[in-house]
Design a protein around this ligand. Structure first.
Ligand code: NAD
Ligand code: WQD
Length: 343
């Protein structure tokens, strides 16, 4: 199978490219490198000993897509390319709708012209909004769409459009994968998450504190109705997530009559901010100083997945522990304190 991976140089994309290559698939990447480095793909190629066709272009560029699809036959597309900073999306909604929604439309039109109708779309648990406690753990049937940011709305909009497309053309094979909180890195320590500037997310912030690049972590609230008062999330190792994409492609390939899949990719385990901090300290052997500060506006107290549907259909499950997630993040952080920018 030859897979086109949009946004393949990014955090989840680079780990997924590695899994795809290791499972014998061929890979073409299209990425504009707005939030990534080509170095990630160099490292994936050296880790796997296999080559990737890399095209530097924007998914909103219809001509560039035409060129990609007129090359070697593409069997399936995994669409990671998009912007993901929730706060930035509030400040720049048009940028997010253009990149995430219009970008997906341009891609879908190019796929249609090229007669490629197998798509895996990166959605997010953010489509569940602020879930009521009785909906935990979250099943795919939980209420969706009451979104709290343009980022979340962009994911929900694309999910709805894909359902409409499948209803009109049921021969399409589409998976809408709702990721929970991806963290960790490949166990080699050669590829990992490479945030630019101050990290928005917990795990990269914790690892930068552990290595001394930042003095302390601010924990956003310790008065939530959770086991220790701090926010609870379903952290999933990025390699488990990557393997979930390979399993999804295999599932879609075995459904030639068409399919619309909607699946949670999570572990089913809720971990608090303090659980992450303590596990990271143990895994790294470094202290992670922190202070409790007020809640971050828009934060949800707790959410975690019911991943049973993905387990049943894909014969896939997340196997790596929180300890593995922290140890692998630390290995990557310690070996690459400046990310890909400084070798
Ligand atoms: P990332 O920013 O590391 O990767 C995204 C990649 O897409 C980058 O390489 C970027 O350069 C590229 N890109 C962005 N806009 C582009 C465009 N218009 N044309 C071509 N390339 C473009 O992010 P990630 O964490 O790897 O996330 C991948 C996908 O998964 C995103 O769609 C994101 O919304 C979704 N997602 C991420 C998380 C998370 O917490 N990381 C959770 C749920 C869903
Ligand atoms: C996790 C927990 C914070 C930073 C975001 C997006 C979501 C998805 C995943 C893409 C929360 C706490 C964090 C810090 C802290 N992305 N925290 N101090 O908010 O669950 O989800 O990333 O789809 O859409 O919203 O992830 O890593 O930011 O926060 O205390 O410096 O850590 O309050 O409880 P979140 P996160």
């Amino acid at each position: 199978m030859h897979v086109l991976v949009t946004g393949g140089a990014g955090y989840i994309g680079s780990h997924t490219c590695l899994s795809l290559l290791e499972s014998g698939m061929d890979v073409t990447v299209i990425d504009n490198f707005c939030n990534s480095s080509p170095e990630a793909l160099q490292r994936v190629q050296s880790l796997t000993g296999r080559s990737i066709r890399v095209i530097e272009a924007d998914v909103r560029d219809a001509e560039a897509l035409e060129t990609v699809f007129s090359g070697p036959r593409i069997d399936a597309v995994i669409h990671f390319a998009g912007l993901k900073a929730v706060g930035e999306s509030v400040a720049k909604p048009m940028l997010y709708y253009d990149n995430n929604v219009a970008g997906t439309f341009t891609l879908l039109q190019a796929m249609q012209r090229a007669n490629v109708s197998t798509l895996v779309f990166s959605s997010s648990a953010t489509v569940y909004g602020d879930p009521a406690p009785e909906h935990l753990p979250l099943k795919e049937t939980a209420p969706c769409g009451i979104t709290h940011s343009p980022y979340a709305t962009s994911k929900w909009t694309v999910e709805r459009c894909l359902a409409d497309l499948h209803a009109a053309q049921p021969e399409w094979r589409i998976a809408r994968l709702r990721y929970f909180n991806p963290v960790g890195a490949h166990s080699s320590g050669r590829i990992g998450e490479n945030p630019s500037g101050t990290p928005n997310n917990l795990m990269p912030f914790v690892s930068q504190v552990a290595c001394g690049a930042r003095p302390k972590l601010s924990i956003f609230g310790d008065d939530y109705p959770t086991h220790d008062g701090t926010g609870v999330r379903d952290y999933i190792h990025v390699m488990d997530l990557a393997e979930g994409h390979v399993a999804t492609l295999k599932y879609l390939a075995s459904h030639p009559q068409g399919e619309l899949l909607t699946l949670n990719l999570g572990t089913g385990q809720g971990c608090s901010v303090l659980d992450v901090v303590k596990t990271f300290e143990t895994a790294s052997g470094r202290p992670v100083p922190y202070e409790i500060v007020p809640r971050r506006p828009g934060d949800v107290p707790a959410y975690y997945a019911d991943p049973s549907q993905a387990q049943k259909l894909l014969h896939w499950r997340a196997t790596r522990s929180l300890r593995d997630m922290c140890a692998d993040t630390w290995r990557w952080q310690a070996a690459n304190p400046q990310g890909y920018d400084h070798r």
